[in-house]
Ligand binder design. Structure first.
Ligand SMILES: *Cc1c(COP(=O)(O)O)cnc(C)c1O
Length: 305
């Protein structure tokens, strides 16, 4: 099936910058002032943190633009997902008010709680591991879910084998997303296929060898999903190397060849706080930046979906 080439809408970044610029002109030195302003208010510490997030957002946007310029790309070819997991709605609101619209969360329960408290023109990206039984709550609870970045093979511990991981129901998540998207009558859900590029045992991502097959499954059997590209986290400790990025780009080559599509029809979601500029220079179209915008995360204990 020939997929119709669509002009991708990726102007979130530009829009944020534009709105920020006009805002900056109007409000003078904007959030730098805000940090020291409401000194007698009990809200002052919150305001200070919020101002910091807006400033950090602006700086990340600029760094993306510079990275794009360095390699002759346009910055509107790069989407910034502001990864807001564990962060309070008030902080997301501040980043929203700074003009940003694309946010990423990776716990279903948290996203389903936050989404209704925020404007519905937010484009939510789900970037966490997804279990089949969480698909329905996610899609019904977040009507403005724009993308699921983490469609992968589901792996479970296999005690019978020397290898501790094995593939089971490898297409189950895609099928379930497809089914629920159809049942609730929403528009086709954009998805990325998550690829394990570290070569290490990790619970997330299809092996590079398996990605063509999984992409083909999605494009031929899941009409309510729209395949948009590939995603990787990198190493199990959430760092990445240039090798991880190269592997993902190589996977894109294979996918595009197998599907007969051009590379600009297959996005690359790679790059996080520590390496988003490198990722942009290596072709990323979707960077997921959390702590550099919102500050370090505090985990009381391991959270689950
Ligand atoms: C948390 C998370 C990020 C953001 O990580 P930072 O290092 O804080 O930028 C990006 N991608 C995924 C999948 C995540 O879970």
């Amino acid at each position: 099936m020939a997929r119709k080439k669509k002009k991708r809408k990726m102007n979130t970044l530009e829009k944020s910058v534009e709105e920020e610029t006009t805002k900056g002109e109007k409000e003078d030195s904007s959030s730098a002032v805000q940090v020291t302003e409401p000194s007698d208010s009990v809200m002052s510490s919150v305001s200070a943190a919020d101002g910091v997030a807006a400033t950090a957002l602006r700086s990340v946007i600029q760094r993306i633009q510079h990275a794009a310029e360095r390699c002759g790309r346009r910055s509107d070819q790069v989407r910034l997902v502001a990864v807001s997991k564990t962060k309070p709605v008030s902080l997301l609101k501040q980043v929203y008010d700074a003009g940003h619209r694309c946010f990423g969360e990776n716990y279903v329960k948290e996203l389903v709680e936050k989404a209704p408290q925020l404007p519905d023109d937010i484009e939510w990206h789900f970037i966490g591991n997804l279990q089949s039984n969480k698909v329905k709550p996610l899609l019904t609870g977040v009507p403005n879910l724009a993308m699921v970045e983490t469609v992968d093979d589901e792996k479970v511990a296999n005690t019978d084998s020397a290898s501790s991981l094995s593939l089971v129901n490898s297409r189950q998540i895609a099928n379930q997303l497809n089914r629920v998207a159809r049942d609730i009558g929403r528009k086709p859900l954009k998805v990325f296929i998550q690829v394990n590029t570290s070569g290490e045992e990790t619970k997330s991502g299809v092996e590079p060898d398996g990605c063509v097959e999984l992409v083909k499954h999605v494009t031929s059997n899941c009409p309510n999903l729209e395949f948009c590209g590939l995603m990787t986290i990198g190493m199990p400790d959430y760092t990445s190397t240039p090798e991880n990025f190269k592997t993902l780009a190589r996977c894109r080559g294979e996918v595009c060849k197998a599907l007969g599509i051009s590379e600009d029809q297959c996005e690359l979601s790679m790059g996080m706080s520590g390496d988003f500029e490198l990722a942009v220079e290596m072709g990323s179209t979707n960077v997921r930046v959390g702590s550099t915008i919102f500050g370090a995360r505090e985990y009381p204990k391991k959270q689950s979906n």
